[in-house]
Design a binder for this molecule. Sequence first.
Ligand SMILES: [Zn+2]
Length: 455
Amino acid sequence: MMLDILITAGRYPDYEKNQFTEANIGIKDGKIAYIGSETPEAKKTIDAKGKVVSPGFIDIHMHEENFANEGKEYVISKLMLKQGVTTCVGGNCGVQYQTLKEFKDTINELGGAPVNYAMLTGYNWYRTALGLGHFDTATKEQWDIIRGKMQEDLKEGAMGISFGIEYDPGITFDEIIYGTEASDDPNLLVAAHYRSDCLGNIDSIEEMVNIQKHINKRFQISHLSSCSAMGQMKESLELINRAMDEDPRLNFDTYPYNAFSTTINSTVFDDGCLEAWGKDYKDLMLTDDPYKNVYCTEEIFKDARKNYPKMLVVAFVMNEEEIAEAVANPKGMVASDGIINHGNGHPRAAGTFPRVLGKYVREEKRLSLIDALKKMTIEPAKRLDLENRKGVIKMGADADITVFDPDTIIDGATFGDIATPPVGIDYVIVGGQIAAKDNEIITERAGRFISYFEK
Ligand SMILES: [Zn+2]
């Protein structure tokens, strides 16, 4: 048998043995077809001596391309690919930018995507489409209409449902539970962005733990750091860890930055937010003209909020030590929350995974390399019921593979330049094709849409 690619002399994480194993790994027809010490013939050989041959990273929480408003091209997923991600989950925080069918059709029309894409259906998007304001209470009739829209996305292959509770404070607990009942399939994933950060944080975590108690699905607390890293992380993690011990269907994801990013018109920035965070206008950085990379004054903040409501803001309001605690917690996943508007946004879309492996694993030794890799490969794969073919190096699994140097890997993107690629990622292989090599994209079309019904 002639292999397509043979990756030699690297070490891969063997999660069954919980250790790294040195082996040659062969790929044929998009699958892992050889693992061993021999060197079967291959059309192409990659020397991975000293490198880690990891399952491609799975980003369970990001924000997909906005084909509807920004044109049919890939922006976020190209950055994802360069940081070693091979599968992404969009449609988070209740937000989506087009129906699932439109999203799928666009990927097909474009002949593939830089990474594999799975999607959730976003509750808030359909709520807003009904003309409901952020604080409005929806009627039972409107709950049904929203549910109907989400059911269409589920029929098209969405992996679950997401909520952005903070963005629409009018959403009640009962409304959330009702929304999750769009399907009675227990294998669907429900993800939610909390109701309130900082001072409201513990109540928000309790609400989400409570949601899990009321639904027969898996529940994911989204980007914990942006909710709890303002002084409440210890208490939040205790609460979540205890709840996860009781019910393993609950889990969370977190990203490794001390700043969050969202649009300036968000209710997050309503009066009193800075006092609650103990921060100042100067801790908020704007990201687009006429205030690109400008730190706010009260005057600039008010002008931007009024005249550029969709502009993304980067808010440096989280504490570094608490970010590290969330990343290093024995349970939980790493996810980027990557979002880009008009080329602007937050470096997490380009740097999340290398940053965890370089800063928190190698430099600060907060967690071991294998534990960090689990949080970005097999754990999210299990969440999506994909662990037989993704998130693992084993015979027959999809050949989604990231080859990186554990001694040099680090993020390159900064708040001033959000697209700088990382260091130390040699190869990213998607579906058996070399999609990126040394930060250069070789093909943007090796990824495809992953439907719930093929898992
Ligand atoms: Zn969110």
